[in-house]
Design a protein around this ligand. Structure first.
Ligand code: SF4
Length: 301
């Protein structure tokens, strides 16, 4: 495995609770990286020798602004290119947004602002537009991440094309619970491959606040606070892995066949079937299909 990017989920917490969120971000989620965690992770990323880019995302990373800022400074100081993904809640006016973004200038090469009808009441939110204008003044490259509504791919055109600049909703995480009713269902048998992740040779992985390294959200390859990142990457055998092995052999449908899982006839997409299959396998693979946060279980403490 040759990783070129590591995406740090700085926190599972978010000020919003979007229906399509595949990490189940919400104000009630638990788990945030400390500065000590970030330093340890950055050292491991440097030691690996192949990682060029570090992303800070969440949840909403600007909720922990001083920690985010220190993390960005340290990552940039170690020579990584740095990206940040945010919903832009903090971007109320250009003058104010400039204050939030000024310390990031020269350190961040990609500021991605999520804006669509899940996050806000307009596709291009006032927050995203304000953040873009402030970033432009500070020469911070900025863009918008936008996810289409569930019915868009079926209704926009006969070919099912999405509007320019939008990506399709992935029915995993909260989307698998909240959005499938609006989607067309298809036979489970047709989901014979993972359409989104390179499970054999991932170029990037997500690291959550608890140290879990995810090849797709909720499929952990190991914990970097217990095993160094380099060892986890070296030992990963995609075909022998109990979850990625079947997924590579025949997609989410193969997960169902391999483990003899109960299933319905129709699912909204490959991720929907994968999400449901993985849920029913959590008891069998508790060290892989975790943590609770990725499956919408909110800590009571
Ligand atoms: S099919 Fe499964 S592994 Fe692939 S992107 Fe969807 S949820 Fe992730």
């Amino acid at each position: 495995m040759k990783l070129s990017a590591l995406h740090l989920l700085l926190t599972y917490q978010c000020n919003l609770e979007c229906d399509h969120c595949f990490v189940w971000g919400s104000p009630w989620q638990d788990g945030t990286m400390t500065l000590r965690d970030i330093r340890q992770v950055l050292r491991q990323a440097r030691d690996l020798g192949t990682i060029e880019r570090i992303y800070f995302e969440g949840g909403e990373p600007f909720l922990y602004y001083p920690v985010l800022l220190h993390g960005i400074q340290e990552a940039a100081g170690m020579g990584f290119q740095v990206g940040v993904v945010t919903n832009g809640y903090w971007s109320t006016e250009v003058e104010d947004a400039l204050e939030w973004l000024r310390p990031l200038a020269g350190l961040v090469q990609d500021l991605s602002v999520s804006s669509d009808l899940y996050h806000w009441s307009e596709k291009l939110s006032r927050q995203a537009e304000t953040a873009r204008r402030a970033a432009e003044k500070l020469n911070i490259p900025a863009g918008v991440i936008s996810v289409a509504q569930p019915e868009a791919a079926d209704s926009v055109s006969p070919s099912g094309q999405l509007p320019v600049g939008e990506s399709g909703v992935m029915y995993r995480g909260r989307a698998a619970e909240k959005l499938v009713e609006q989607a067309c269902l298809h036979s489970w048998k047709q989901f014979a491959e993972c359409p989104y992740e390179n499970l054999r040779e991932p170029g990037r992985l997500h690291l959550d606040p608890l140290g879990n390294l995810h090849i797709c959200q909720g499929i952990s390859l190991g914990n970097v606070f217990r095993t160094p990142l380099s060892q986890i990457c070296e030992k990963y055998d995609a075909d022998a892995h109990p979850i990625t092995g079947p997924l590579l052999a025949g997609g989410p449908a193969e997960l169902v066949r391999r483990y003899g899982l109960e299933h319905r006839e129709g699912y909204a997409g490959a991720c929907h079937l994968c999400d449901q299959a993985r849920r029913s396998l959590r008891g069998r693979f508790p060290d892989i299909l975790m943590p609770d946060q990725m499956y919408g279980v909110v800590s009571q403490s």
